[in-house]
Each structure stands twice: as structure tokens, then as C-alpha cells.
Write a protein that binds this ligand. Structure first.
Ligand SMILES: Cc1cc2nc3c(=O)[nH]c(=O)nc-3n(C[C@H](O)[C@H](O)[C@H](O)COP(=O)(O)OP(=O)(O)OC[C@H]3O[C@@H](n4cnc5c(N)ncnc54)[C@H](O)[C@@H]3O)c2cc1C
Length: 408
């Protein structure tokens, strides 16, 4: 009992310290900055740099990948409320770039990059998607040729978040002549290296304060540009993506919570005839359903974070299932909020239209709905001896019955 109390006090202290670090990092930015980033189509590198300087990334990672998940949730939600793009930039820096280095860095060059990334002095992004597709990572065409001095890497990565502001891109590539199609490797590519060209950015529906750009490269790299072992990059990327998916769930829950609060407040204020629209059953029940669904998502997020912290393992199928559900629910809740606001919700004078545009990416980025559904289905499509045998018994007994005559 005493231990549990002490533990929860220590956790609360840690949570408070983390919130203070976030507050320090964000003290140099205001609402005008966030608006400007949205107009300019990117979050400047000063944002991740400030997070690093304030110790946010170090604190997120200090107890371990899974143990730091509550801090990841806090960071994702605090930033998303201020600027969705800033939340995505911080997520890429922390979960993909630092996450990969913290797990796989071995050489002095890689270890020094890790220190710089934790301090926000070096900014990284992650490149898997290519012009011909992003869902099927086994079909990647970027190729790594082993060379006597290291590696030659040739390819193109598209729709890369924060690439215009980053110093490094973590590239998923196929080694030349792989033994198997899923043999991929992870490489650290400096974006100012000769042979790397930044091709520009794409104008997107939402999340406009984070750029999504393209980079093409034909570069010679030293041997320790390879991160981890050659051939198991897909395994590394898949594991790192679980952290990104949890962060996306936290961001979406925050967006939906904000939209729901706005919609409820508006429904209590807006009248039609002499009644509030909140008193109309169609609106009341729609809001209640949104509330119930969001509570369920938030509860499941807390549960998965605790489960991962306790077991020091990321439950991949459960996290994929949560992202699949949260993306769907958040999009529906924000859409309901826009509907309840009427025309106002469709204008830029109210924040609902931006939330509506921003949440849509979640059903594509970090694994599309279809890819996640396939992943969850792969866990379902397994032998289940108890139910298989129950079903065999039921099928055995599945015969027509005789009619009993009760009249005699
Ligand atoms: C704003 C933005 C930021 C992004 N940031 C990054 C980033 O930082 N790094 C990065 O690497 N990528 C990034 N992406 C790319 C994103 O991860 C991909 O868009 C996503 O993986 C899907 O790939 P695709 O767009 O090429 O679609 P495709 O793979 O071409 O798929 C097209 C459609 O077919 C469906 N589909 C594909 N395969 C199957 C299947 N086997 N069964 C059923 N349906 C299937 C898909 O679900 C999708 O609906 C970003 C994208 C956007 C829009």
C-alpha cells in the first residue's frame, strides 16, 4: 500500500516535471506563430530544437521506450491542441528518429547523432513511402549497393513529413540481391549530402503546418550509415511504427475531445424556434454516442499504454486495432461537430473545419485503414483448438429434430 502511494507520487512528480518542460519549450511561441506555420506550410526547426533544449525528448526516453509512453501521450496531446503540425514533427523526431537511434546506434557517429537528436540540435524524419506506393513496404525500390568504402544508396522517398526542416532522413531501402523480398535495411542519410536533392512539397488537405515533401538521392555513404543489421530493417520499422501509431491515437483523441466540447457548448447555446438544439433528440443522442465512443477509445488508449509499460512490449495487433478504430471514431466525431455547427463549422472562423481536415490523415498515415485491418485479421486467422472443437461438436449435432406430439 505504502509502496503504491509512493510510486504514484513519484509518477505524478514526473508527470508534472514533464509538463513544466513542455511549457518551458513552448514559452517562446504563441498563437500567431502557430497560425503562421499553418500558412507557411511547415513547422520551423526551432520548435523541435526548443523541445530538445528544454529536455522534453530526454525525459520521454529516460526510463525506456515503453516506460516513457505516458510522456509521449502528454507531448502528443499538448502539442496537437496548439498545432497539429508541431505534434507530427515532434512525433517523427522522437518516435522514429530518436527511437531508431536509441535502439540501434552503436558506432561513435551514430551515438553522437543520438545525443544531438535528444538535445534537438539534429532533426530527423523517416522515409518509407515511395512514388509508386507506401502500403507495401516489401515492394520498396530504393536500393542499397554495398561498396568497398560503405554504401551507395539510390532512390526516391515521397510524402515525407518535415523533410524540408530536417537534417537527416532515416531511409528504408532494399539491399542489392536480397535473399528474400522482406529483407530491408535502415540507413541514415544527411539531407545536405552531395547527391541528395529536395524536390519540393505537396499541398495537402490538412495538417498544413507540417510539410510533406519528396527527396531523391544517389549517394555514397560511410559503412556506419547502416543502422542496425542489414536485412532486418522492416522489423525495425514495424516496431518503431507502433510508437507512432500510439502517438497518433493520442493526437486523435485530443482532436475529438476538443471538437466534442465545442459541439456540446454550441448545441447548448444555439436555438431553433424556442428550443436549444441540444434539446433535439437527434442532436442529443448523436452527441451522447460521440461521448460514449470517445470514452471507450480514451480508456483503451490508457489500457494499452499501461499494458506496454508493465510488459515492456508493444502489443502490435492491439495498437493497430486501436488506431483503426480511433481514426474512424475521431473522423466521425469531428464530422458530427461540424454538422452541429452548421455553416459556421464549415468556415475558417471556427476551429472545427481545421480539425475536420487534420484528422483525415490518420486513416492513411502510419498505416492505412486497410493495411491495419489486414494486420488485425492476420491475428484472427489462426487455429483456435477450443473453439474449433466446440464448432465440430455443434456441427455434429446439427441435424433436424423430430416433432413431438403433445396431444396424446
Ligand atoms: C501528409 C502525409 C504525410 C506523410 N508522412 C510520411 C512520412 O513521414 N514518411 C513516410 O514514409 N510516409 C509518409 N506518408 C505516406 C503514408 O505513409 C502513405 O500514404 C501510406 O502508407 C499509404 O501509401 P500510399 O499513399 O502510397 O497508398 P497506396 O499504398 O498506393 O494505397 C492506395 C490504397 O490502396 C489500399 N491498399 C494498398 N494495399 C492494400 C492491400 N493489400 N489490401 C487492401 N487495400 C490496400 C490502401 O489502403 C489505400 O487505400 C505521408 C502521407 C501523407 C499524406
Amino acid at each position: 500500500m505504502t509502496w503504491a502511494v509512493e510510486q504514484s507520487t513519484a509518477e505524478e512528480d514526473q508527470a508534472l516535471e514533464f509538463r513544466n518542460q513542455l511549457e518551458d519549450a513552448l514559452a517562446g511561441f504563441d498563437a500567431e506563430d502557430f497560425e503562421r506555420w499553418e500558412r507557411e506550410g511547415r513547422t520551423p526547426r526551432e520548435l523541435p530544437a526548443a523541445l530538445g533544449r528544454a529536455g522534453v525528448f530526454r525525459h520521454r526516453w529516460k526510463d525506456g521506450a515503453e516506460e516513457g509512453l505516458p510522456r509521449l501521450v502528454t507531448m502528443s496531446q499538448t502539442l496537437y491542441r496548439l498545432s497539429s503540425g508541431a505534434a507530427v514533427v515532434a512525433m517523427g523526431q522522437s518516435e522514429m528518429f530518436i527511437g531508431a537511434l536509441r535502439w540501434l546506434a552503436e558506432t561513435p557517429y551514430q551515438l553522437s547523432l543520438l545525443e544531438e537528436a535528444l538535445d534537438g540540435r539534429t532533426i530527423g524524419c523517416f522515409g518509407a513511402t515511395e512514388p509508386h506506393g507506401g502500403s507495401n513496404l516489401r515492394g520498396l525500390r530504393t536500393t542499397a549497393y554495398a561498396d568497398p568504402d560503405g554504401w551507395r544508396l539510390r532512390g526516391c522517398k515521397r510524402y515525407i513529413s518535415n523533410v524540408s526542416q530536417a537534417d537527416y532522413i532515416l531511409v528504408l531501402a532494399r539491399p542489392e540481391n536480397p535473399a528474400h523480398v522482406s529483407d530491408l535495411s535502415l540507413f541514415l542519410v544527411p539531407l545536405d549530402h552531395p547527391g541528395v536533392s529536395f524536390d519540393g512539397v505537396f499541398d495537402t488537405v490538412g495538417l498544413r503546418s507540417c510539410d510533406a515533401g519528396q527527396v531523391t538521392f544517389d549517394v555514397k555513404l560511410p559503412p556506419d550509415a547502416l543502422l542496425g543489421k542489414s536485412g532486418i530493417g522492416l522489423l525495425y520499422a514495424t516496431h518503431l511504427l507502433q510508437f507512432e501509431r500510439l502517438a497518433i491515437c493520442a493526437q486523435l483523441a485530443e482532436a475529438a475531445e476538443h471538437a466534442l466540447h465545442l459541439a456540446v457548448a454550441y448545441a447548448r447555446r444555439r436555438t431553433t424556434g424556442d428550443a436549444r438544439i441540444m434539446d433535439k433528440q437527434a442532436i442529443r443522442h448523436r452527441l451522447a454516442t460521440c461521448r460514449a465512443e470517445l470514452w471507450n477509445v480514451q480508456g483503451r488508449l490508457r489500457e494499452l499504454v499501461s499494458m506496454a509499460e508493465r510488459d515492456r512490449r508493444m502489443p502490435a495487433h492491439e495498437i493497430s486495432a486501436l488506431k483503426l478504430t480511433t481514426g474512424d471514431i475521431a473522423c466521425r466525431i469531428v464530422d458530427a461537430a461540424l454538422q452541429i455547427f452548421g455553416a459556421r463549422g464549415y468556415t475558417q472562423n471556427f476551429p472545427v473545419e481545421r480539425l475536420w481536415r487534420d484528422v483525415r490523415l490518420s486513416r492513411l498515415g502510419g498505416g492505412t485503414d486497410e493495411v491495419l485491418a489486414d494486420l488485425v485479421a492476420s491475428g484472427l486467422d489462426r487455429r483456435d483448438p477450443t473453439t474449433d472443437s466446440l464448432l465440430s461438436d455443434l456441427e455434429h449435432l446439427d441435424v433436424p429434430r423430430f416433432i413431438t406430439d403433445h396431444t396424446t
